[in-house]
Design a protein around this ligand. Sequence first.
Ligand code: G3H
Ligand code: 13P
Ligand code: ZN
Length: 326
Amino acid sequence: MADTVHYSELGLVNTRDMFKKAVGGGYAIPAYNFNNLEQLQAIITACVETSSPVIVQVSKGAREYANQTMLRYMAMGAVQMAREMGSDIPICLHLDHGDTFEICKSCVDSGFSSVMIDGSHLSYDENVAVTRKVVEYAHPRDVTVEGELGVLAGIEDEVSAEHSSYTKPEEVEDFVTKTGVDSLAISIGTSHGAYKFKLKEGEEVPPLRFDILEECQRRLPGFPIVLHGASSVVQEYVELINRYGGKMEGAVGVPEEQLRRAAASAVCKINIDSDGRLAVTAKVREYMAQNPGEFDPRKYLGTARKELIKLIKHKNEAVLGSAGRA
Ligand code: G3H
Ligand code: 13P
Ligand code: ZN
């Protein structure tokens, strides 16, 4: 059995303070997923260099791929690495899309400072019940909890949703009161992955449902809202992937303009995974094609890591507004 450790011993922080400042300051905290060393190094380097608070998050898929204990030690290393770079940016280690109480408990016990319980695939009452149970376990340990209401289109880890259903603002107040969650992910038209909208020739990406967001905000002033599925699906990377042997036709994401608008509102956490995956894949494909004799993973992963740093700095500075807020 894995040993029990509290996140404060690892130098991590929960989301409470981060969100309070972000809601007041009109910006959003970036939440970047990581599964390996290069991703985590890039996130920390970019956030230190832009002086941004950061949430590093671990999905169920990441826990299966890299091992939960390994990821926790990596987060501990990340805190140390930031300090050695002369920085004390707040770093939160968050469970992304926890789908059971047991997974959330296991993360709380093993050093995570924040957990998401995603009961969006359950009935409303079941969602309330499991979210409440996680809050009751997490709060006495000062771990913050994110819930979700409404279903995003696409694949949510192993929670798949054929069709999205937008969050009903009239349920939000009741859900937050009954569960005691610290933040809430809502569905306003984003979705996971690289194919967020099916566009016909000449069609533009439809706007997010800012009316739903505003109504949630009106009912719960100052309450932290979370946006999942918020990658922009950077076209420069899609083009590189397609040029060097990939096949990603019709990949499209949320325009940066819309994310800027969301970040300035009650949205205080923006989740980004796919854009990082695209950056890495584009650069690895390009490197492989241009250097057919190279077989040192540090070469092609190093190139990918460099691009990831550039991407994350851009997000923090020009999209989320978190740069300079550490
Ligand atoms: O929300 C989904 C995240 O992008 C994580 O995806 O389960 O493939 O790690 P994953
Ligand atoms: P993207 O697939 O748009 O990057 O969303 C990631 C996410 O929501 C992780 O929880
Ligand atoms: Zn998500």
